[in-house]
Design a protein around this ligand. Structure first.
Ligand code: ZN
Length: 511
């Protein structure tokens, strides 16, 4: 039996009711074998338990591990040479990126996340291509193994797509508009759907079967409504219900995606998903930037959850999701960093801050998200969307001990008004670099900013060495195709007049 007493000037157990949090001052959490036994005053717990060790002290705040509810890869697209563009050309630019060792890349991002206090992640991986010579099963398993090596919790899924790969119409119609030489190049190089729907679902079933310990969940995922045929969407949905696992999908990330719905179904993509019977409490949608009023009704009626990615939405010119409206209606909203956080790293504390600021609508007396609400989104709601809700997300007896200690020094010195609520202090001033210690299942993964399981230097050196090699011929062909294709994709979208409509939020009025 291994036990510890985790001590802080404050222990923030959970947010309650949107405007306050349950906080124990001079508190501690006593955990044994990874389960939280008791939370209370430090002096009291110390006198009644004999922990193997005491972690933390009066200069720390103890919080539940943070949850990154939408994530894809380690090295960011920017690091790999794709500066921000609107999403539609950005995905084409990203196609030109070089291969990165999937195991090292996943370990790299797990390290970054642990260092910024993230203990659970929703990892959503593209089935676009996989490394030369690897089998599908081994590739999938290696990504999960990287998380297992790191000690983090993960809700892992592969997403697939089978249509409209280049722009938002069928491939043949778009290819008809391209020069013949480019069509040949696309056919030779572009991996339209390298993995069939059947293989995707077999792979997911295999990963569910062979999944490791309690820290892994395997979800099923479709990429986005317009990129998937109705057959594929239905198969993914049925799979989720058969295996009783979570279903994750991007929805209405951009205005073009919303307009695609109007064009092809005379309704929003979310309404189309509802027609297919896809929505439900096992489903989380990423982004939802362009949800309409009636979409919000559907989210409420079906219990569908949302993963909000504010940095990504700003960086890729996607817009601002109507989070205040969703929260008003009681929709479960978690926060994700996607692959384009505000600092191009994986700092969820700064993502929380951006989420709070971006939803401050103009007007005296206009409601906006409190720090407690934002804290709730990044902890409890994140646990709900990753299906770890009855195990983590809050600090309470009986739950698993996924705990983060933040060093209060930088946050509170040289002076912070003593009446400042600690949750406000965290959301207003906290940064990933303030995270001192990270614990999952009672196991210390980082102490004094030193990782206990993974050798960061080795992972970085391995990535550096593998990326020092010159591009392989197949990678060079991808770069060339991406560059040639990009102006044609831009032209196609530039011809599509953006629809007008009432925005959910009014920042600046025209005229
Ligand atoms: Zn995404």
């Amino acid at each position: 039996m291994v036990s510890s007493l985790i001590r802080g000037k404050y222990v923030v157990c959970r947010a309650v009711g949107g405007d306050e949090s349950e906080i124990v001052t001079d508190g501690a959490v006593f955990q044994r074998d990874g389960e939280i036994v008791e939370i209370g005053r430090y002096d009291d717990l110390k006198s009644r338990h004999q922990p193997d060790e005491v972690i933390g002290g009066p200069d720390f705040v103890v919080i539940p591990g943070l949850i990154n509810a939408h994530h894809h890869t380690g090295l960011t697209p920017f690091q790999l040479g794709s500066p921000d563009l609107p999403l539609e050309p950005w995905v084409i630019a990203k196609f030109g990126q070089r291969d990165v060792d999937p195991y090292l890349d996943t370990l790299y991002c797990a390290i970054q996340m642990i260092e910024s206090g993230i203990t659970t992640v929703m990892h959503n991986h593209a089935l676009r291509w996989f490394p030369e010579g690897a089998t599908l099963d081994d590739w999938g398993a290696s990504l999960i193994e990287a998380y297992e090596a790191s000690g983090m919790r993960v809700a892992f899924s592969f997403f697939n797509r089978d249509q409209n790969h280049l722009v938002y119409e069928d491939n043949a119609s778009f290819m008809d508009t391209l020069p013949a030489a480019l069509v040949n190049q696309v056919n030779d190089v572009f991996p339209f759907s390298p993995v069939s729907s059947a293989d995707h679902l077999d792979l997911t079933a295999e990963l569910i079967k062979r999944k490791g310990g309690d820290r892994v969940r395997v979800f099923v995922s479709a990429h986005n409504v317009h990129w998937c045929s109705d057959e594929m969407l239905t198969e993914v949905s049925e799979f989720g219900r058969e295996y009783e696992t979570g279903v994750h999908i991007h929805v209405q990330e951009t205005i073009y995606q919303k307009m695609y719905g109007t064009r092809y179904w005379g309704k929003t993509p979310l309404a189309h998903l509802n027609d297919l019977g896809f929505l439900g409490p096992e489903v989380s949608i990423a982004h939802g930037t362009w949800l309409s009023e009636s979409d919000i009704d559907l989210m409420v009626q079906t219990g569908t959850m949302l993963c909000h990615n504010p940095s990504s939405n700003m960086r890729l010119s996607s817009g601002v999701a109507p989070i205040n409206r969703l929260l008003d209606r009681g929709v479960e909203v978690a926060i994700g960093i996607d692959e384009a956080g505000i600092n191009d790293d994986n700092d969820l504390l700064q993502e929380m801050r951006l989420a709070q600021k971006i939803h401050r609508e103009p007007g005296v007396g206009v409601a906006n998200p409190s720090s407690h609400r934002i804290f709730d989104m990044a902890t409890r709601a994140g646990a709900e969307v990753t299906f770890f809700g009855n195990q983590v997300g809050t600090l309470e007896a009986g739950k698993r001990a996924d705990i983060v200690l933040l060093d209060l020094t930088r946050i509170s010195e040289p002076y912070l008004d003593p009446d400042t609520n600690i949750v406000d202090a965290i959301v207003y001033r906290g940064k990933g670099t303030d995270v001192d210690t990270v614990i999952v299942d009672g196991e210390v993964l980082m102490r004094g900013r030193e990782l206990t399981r993974v050798n960061k230097g080795e992972v970085h050196a391995g990535l550096k060495a593998s990326l020092a090699k010159p591009l392989q011929p197949h990678e060079e062909r991808r770069v060339e195709l991406s560059n040639t294709l990009l102006p044609h994709v831009n032209r196609w979208f530039a011809n599509w007049e953006l629809e007008q409509g009432e925005p959910h939020y009014r920042y600046n009025a025209r005229g």
